[in-house]
Design a protein around this ligand. Structure first.
Ligand code: FDA
Length: 290
């Protein structure tokens, strides 16, 4: 069912709301359009949990193509990748070697690699790998932290202490109360607390959220504290709150849009639906309309 839906035209139609297309060229076109609005991009070749070295190497090859294109076309973009896409589940040494090569390529192309954060069983291993790669390619690799995890406050201090750039998000995986705040209000409060800590730090961090109340409070905080708008950036997902993306860019804030693409869109798409059940109705309505 999953591989049918990933490649079928029905699947393409459904995923089109959140995914820029199936090919590298589709993603580059979307990137150029977003850049024209004065908004930066992070390109994500969708895929996760590969099970063989050849799949991991094929995933990496797409990132090398993206970095070449970013450099050749002068795009305002970096890349985001998942470690399980590079073999982390079955051979962490392979995943680290592959990521080292991608980060070295990004450094040569004057770009940057963001290592997406996956489920909590991978948090520690992911952070250790980011630290290790950053020691070899300082400032060219960054981490993602999720405000739903209890451990994140300590992880934030750990990353900031090493000058590692952080993307702060709420977290998109299903986690239990042993590791994550069960109440959304606690996740949101933790987000704001950590966002303020990161923005006031000397490390350039990304505030990844579409939560308008949080965005407003961040803008107020920055103004009150006299912090430069260039000290951080907002980050949002392709296809979500374009109005807010444009408004913040027009106000002079840095905004980066995360553009996912590729045939392996199914898990990403399902996480977006789970975040907002109204999306299911929205998609169904528009699907039957057209
Ligand atoms: P929240 O879920 O509270 O939503 C606030 C408002 O945003 C909603 O009321 C709605 O208006 C809008 N909104 C949010 N989600 C929507 C959706 N799916 N469709 C339509 N509208 C929506 N997670 C992770 O675990 N690891 C990672 O590496 C990343 N990376 C990442 C990068 C970037 C750039 C972003 C923006 C997000 C991520 N995430 C992520 C996902 C993140 O953890 C989180 O699940 C989503 O951003 C939704 O949370 P919000 O902060 O937007 O708030």
């Amino acid at each position: 069912m999953r591989s049918f839906s990933e490649r079928s035209s029905l699947g393409r139609k459904l995923s089109g709301r959140f995914v820029a297309g199936m090919s590298v060229e589709d993603a580059l076109h979307a990137c150029e359009a977003v850049n024209r609005e004065g908004i930066a991009v992070s390109l994500d070749s969708l895929g996760e949990s590969v099970t063989t070295e050849s799949q991991a190497r094929a995933s990496a090859q797409i990132y090398h193509e993206l970095l070449d294109a970013i450099q050749a076309r002068g795009l305002n973009a970096n890349v985001s990748a998942k470690l399980t896409q590079m073999g982390m589940d079955f051979d962490p040494t392979l995943a680290e070697r592959i990521m080292d090569e991608i980060v070295a390529h990004a450094a040569a192309a004057d770009s940057f690699v963001r290592v997406d954060m996956e489920g909590s069983e991978l948090t520690e291993a992911t952070l250790v790998m980011v630290e290790s790669i950053n020691a070899r390619a300082r400032g060219r690799v960054g981490a993602v932290l999720q405000s739903y995890l209890y451990r994140t406050e300590a992880d934030a201090e750990r990353m900031l202490g090493q000058g590692i750039r952080i993307r702060l998000c709420k977290g998109a995986y299903k986690e239990g109360p042993a590791v994550a705040f069960p109440e959304k209000s606690d996740v949101d409060a933790n987000y704001l607390k950590l966002a303020k800590r990161m923005i006031a730090s000397p490390v350039f961090c990304g505030m990844a959220t579409h939560d308008e109340a949080i965005v407003k409070e961040i803008c107020r905080f920055v103004k009150d504290q006299g912090i430069a708008k260039s000290a951080f950036e907002f980050q949002m997902l392709y296809g979500i709150r374009r109005d807010l993306q444009r408004k913040l860019a027009a106000q002079g804030f840095g905004v980066r849009v995360y553009i996912p693409f590729g045939t392996e869109w199914y898990p990403y798409f399902m996480r977006r639906l789970a975040e907002r059940p109204a999306n299911v109705f929205f998609l169904a309505k528009n699907f039957f309309k057209s």
